[in-house]
Design a protein around this ligand. Structure first.
Ligand code: HEC
Length: 149
């Protein structure tokens, strides 16, 4: 019994030594969604509070993000999230990609797939109200219509 516990503790300590890249690439204001498209404050605040931790180069890692294996799961979400849409490199997407991303935003924010459910308990400010979801989606709908992105 004691030996088993020692093994578990030992493995837990060992996995802490596996390095994880938590660096954020510097944000280029010429590529950054909020700098180029200049959404109203309400919308940029929602982006920052509810989306940036997985979809930007301004990810804020909480303390528990430094403890394996939680850290692995968080890093995995950040990698996957950035792959789908990274608001810090908005200008690098072409018009088709932007249109597609906005379609996905409208769909996933309406259906409450985004922000990810597992993120909400530790980030109450990301638990968007119906009104916030509507403001956010109305903005992206109009943006898509205007083609000015
Ligand atoms: C805790 C991390 C996290 C947060 C916060 C988060 N996302 Fe995501 N997002 C992901 C991951 C991981 C994926 C890819 C896997 C998936 O689709 O579930 C994703 C996928 C997406 C996609 C692509 C959907 C698709 O069908 O491919 C869009 C668009 C998106 N997120 C928008 C948002 C918006 C907008 C917010 C804020 C309101 C947000 N996300 C908040 C992690 C996050």
């Amino acid at each position: 019994m004691k030996k088993k516990l020692l093994w578990i503790v030992g493995i837990f300590i060992l996995i802490q030594l596996i390095p994880i890249d938590r660096t954020n690439k510097p944000v280029d204001r010429k590529q950054n969604f909020v700098d180029i498209v200049k959404p109203p404050k309400e919308v940029s605040q929602i982006l920052i509070n509810a989306c940036y931790d997985c979809h930007s180069n301004e990810v804020k890692y909480p303390k528990y993000a430094y403890v394996a294996p939680i850290s692995w799961s968080i890093k995995h979400h950040v990698n996957e999230g950035r792959e789908r849409v990274n608001f810090s490199v908005w200008s690098t997407y072409n018009t088709d990609q932007k249109n597609h991303i906005i379609d996905d935003i409208l769909e996933t924010v309406e259906s409450k797939e985004m922000p990810l459910k597992g993120y909400l308990p530790m980030h109450p400010e990301a638990n968007l109200t119906e009104a916030q979801r509507k403001t956010f989606n109305d903005y992206f709908k109009n943006l898509q219509k205007s083609g000015n992105f």
